[in-house]
Write a protein that binds this ligand. Structure first.
Ligand code: XMP
Length: 315
């Protein structure tokens, strides 16, 4: 049985011993990196700086929410806007692993620049066990290179420290609750962000469409759960597919994109079963997406695949 209190105590001690100089943490605002940041702050106080990179692939209002959370946690932090950089690097890239590698590498480069400016020796990451297990190594097949592992170049200029390397999502949530981390009940969000929720090539316009579709999906699912109409799924999101289909917008024929919505039950993301959301709720989501994004999306489909065989994210 995982003992969160013991974990916090032991990990803080280990970090105190390990981190003899300034450290930086790559903090996305998600539960993993926030828990890692709070642990490191407990160990070395203001010798830690949390860096949040806005890759342009974030959810609606995410950057502002993260800023508030960092302020409330009393973290020493920086927010770097690198959206244009990431979009340019991803231009015309369609292969999922290539996207992940590019994003991982850009991330590290941005941190490297910041770390050099601040004279940092250590980079802390919120990597958890499924991230590196699924990124392959040894006998395991590479399913997906999680951005904080697979994208890591060989020649990084500082030492990587991963305090959550051996724990699973449900355990991180226990630690988050214990530490009073605000984002404790947020659903998981992949490191590469909305980039893996756009099948095929990424454009600014597609990012805006998928961002809005995700906001609609999240809003309706959360409201339905609050009203007791559904049990809140473990994860729920929208993906923009690469194919176009024929539809009607106003009185006119159009030929635009498909959005796939997905909701799953899972314990740790390693396996999952699709959520049996009532049609009434699915219909509401479909109508709102096509009403708001009607000139870009004319069809919404619900993904009824378990993991395996489908992974949770499409890429
Ligand atoms: P998959 O799609 O591999 O996802 O079934 C399992 C869980 O991991 C999340 N995910 C990621 N998390 N970095 C992360 O920190 C990543 O690169 C990444 N890719 C997927 C996914 O959202 C799901 O919760």
């Amino acid at each position: 049985m995982f003992d969160a209190e013991k974990f916090v105590k032991e990990e803080t001690e280990k970090l105190k011993e390990k981190l003899t100089d300034k450290a930086m943490i790559a903090c996305s605002g998600g539960v993993d990196s926030t828990v890692a940041a709070v642990l490191a702050k407990k160990a070395i106080g203001n010798n830690l700086v949390a860096v949040y990179v806005d890759t342009g692939m974030m959810r609606k209002n995410e950057t502002e929410e993260v800023r508030k959370m960092f302020e409330n946690l009393g973290l020493n932090f920086k927010i770097i806007n690198a959206s244009e950089d990431f979009l340019t690097a991803l231009e015309n890239v369609t292969e999922p692993e290539e996207k992940r590698k590019i994003i991982g590498e850009r991330f590290i480069r941005v941190f490297e620049e910041e770390a050099k400016k601040d004279g940092v020796k250590y980079l802390i990451q919120g990597t958890i066990a499924p991230d590196w297990i699924e990124s392959g190594g040894g006998e395991r097949d590479t399913i997906k290179s999680h951005h904080n592992v697979g994208g890591l170049p060989e020649d990084i200029g500082f030492e990587i420290v991963e305090p959550l390397r051996d724990v699973y999502k449900d355990e991180v949530r226990k630690v988050a609750r214990l530490l009073g981390v605000e984002s404790k009940e947020r659903q998981p969000f992949p490191g590469p962000g909305l980039a893996v929720r756009i099948v095929g090539d990424i454009t600014k316009e597609k990012v805006e469409v998928v961002r809005e579709a995700n906001a609609i999906m999240e809003g309706i699912i959360e409201k339905s759960a609050d009203e007791g109409k559904i049990e809140k799924p473990w994860q729920y999101f929208a993906t923009l597919l690469s194919s176009k289909t024929v539809g009607v917008h106003g009185d006119l024929r159009n030929y635009v994109y498909i959005v796939s919505i997905r909701a799953v039950q899972s314990l740790d993301g390693m396996s999952a079963s699709y959520s049996k959301i009532p049609h009434e709720v699915l219909e509401k989501i479909s109508i709102e997406i096509t009403n708001k994004l009607g000139d870009k999306v004319n069809r919404v489909v619900y993904d009824i695949t378990n993991k395996p065989p489908g992974t949770i994210e499409f890429e």
